[in-house]
Ligand binder design. Structure first.
Ligand code: NDP
Ligand SMILES: O=CC(=O)O
Length: 355
């Protein structure tokens, strides 16, 4: 299990921050200028948020990582890119629907018309796309990022996809001589806004080390899980559990109401016991009011269950609870709830939807 242990070492704050920044900064030591990221001296990953490092080590603005690309400016991509910009990074953005980039451009982001142009103009390019199809298209398609990749660059796909998709993207990027990392995130819209995401990474370790300060701007913790595909697998297992939890919670809310209990008291009782979860306390009150403001779109939760069931099938692991939950999300999708929050799955348990 050692590969699942979070990399977190505490040591000299100032010297580590300086060493980690050097690969992107204008202050790159002469002997490393123009050389690929992979040839830079290895750095120790660390667990202290980069924001904290910046103040403790008194690093100047112009020493923050530079030339970062961000592809996919949706619910998650927007706040992630925004946090990089606010931290002082030089960020270039692209989104299929350009208008979503405008607020980031106002904050100082550059814009390019194609993923390949972003990749060509940046040291490291992140992508945050909806699903396997869009992740592959943006990385490997006609004007995809791979066309702009070359030795010395890095590609970090933070979308939630299956391992096979991740391996495909990894192989295409590696064929250009660049480095590649999968880094799906756990945590929703609010954690993305607050820089509190959890990164589940796998692939090129040297790229992981290099982008660690950027992950620490966007997140609160990061796991390096080894071979490409392990990050995707971890994310799908986590979201399989989450999808089933939400379906089960929905049943409980509706049952409590039908037997004459106050569902908001149920939420309170659950929050005080061993099965408490922030998700129940956050989403319960609006679910009781049949309101589902979108943080995690229901269509993405169903996609994750579908991919997790495929993963389970590949190793003959029975997952009957996740399979049943998946059916509920499919019902909700078929009733037009795809773009609502995934907590709208409760609607599929209300008689009116099933008729
Ligand atoms: N929301 C959440 O709570 C979390 C989501 N995730 C995962 O992160 C990823 C993104 O989620 P989220 O930001 O919520 O989703 P959104 O639906 O808000 O954003 C999806 C992004 O993918 C783009 N996209 C979709 N299809 C295509 C395509 N064919 N070609 C190019 N671009 C495309 C969209 O572009 P356009 O704007 O043009 O539609 C948009 O930028 C998903 O994999 C999701 O499972 C992970 C953790 C939490
Ligand atoms: O993928 C969704 C999340 O909340 O994590």
């Amino acid at each position: 299990m050692s590969s699942l242990v979070k990399t977190s070492y505490s040591h000299n704050v100032a010297s580590t921050a300086m060493a980690m920044c050097s690969s992107f900064c204008p202050q790159i030591p002469n002997q490393f200028r123009g050389r690929p990221i992979s040839s830079f001296p290895s750095r120790q990953p660390f667990s202290v948020p980069f924001k904290a490092f910046t103040s403790q080590a008194n690093i100047k603005e112009d020493q923050l990582p530079a030339r970062i690309g961000f592809l996919g400016i949706g619910i998650m991509g927007f706040p992630m890119a925004q946090n990089l910009i606010k931290a002082g990074c030089d960020v270039t953005v692209w989104n299929r629907t350009k208008s979503k980039c405008e607020p980031l451009i106002s904050l100082g982001a550059k814009y390019k018309s194609f993923p390949e142009e972003v990749a060509a103009s940046c040291d490291v390019t992140f992508s945050m796309l909806a699903d396997p199809e869009s992740a592959v298209d943006v990385a490997c398609g006609k004007h995809g990022a791979a066309n702009g990749m070359s030795p010395g660059k890095g590609y970090v796909d933070v979308s939630t996809v299956d391992g096979e998709t991740s391996k495909l993207i990894y192989g295409r990027i590696k064929a250009t001589g660049a480095l590649s990392l999968e880094a799906p995130v756990s945590g929703s819209k609010k954690p993305a806004e607050d820089g509190q995401l959890i990164f589940l990474t796998a692939g090129d370790k040297s790229l992981y080390d290099t982008v660690a300060p950027l992950l620490d701007i966007m997140g609160k913790s990061r796991f390096y899980l080894g071979d490409i595909g392990n990050g995707a697998a971890m994310k799908l297992v986590v979201n399989m559990i989450m999808g089933s939890m939400m379906a089960s919670f929905s049943e409980g809310l509706l049952l409590s109401e039908k037997v004459g209990l106050d569902p908001s008291v149920l939420v309170e009782v659950v929050s005080q016991g061993a099965i408490s979860a922030p998700m129940y306390s956050m989403k319960g009150p609006s679910m009781i009011q049949s309101l589902y403001p979108t943080a995690f779109p229901l269509k993405h939760q169903q996609k994750d269950l579908r991919l997790a069931l495929g993963l389970a099938e590949s190793v003959s692991q029975p997952t009957p609870i996740a399979a049943a939950a998946n059916e509920l999300y499919k019902v909700a999708k078929s009733h037009g709830l795809s773009d609502q929050d995934f907590s709208a799955v409760i609607e599929s348990l209300k008689g009116k939807l099933q008729q």
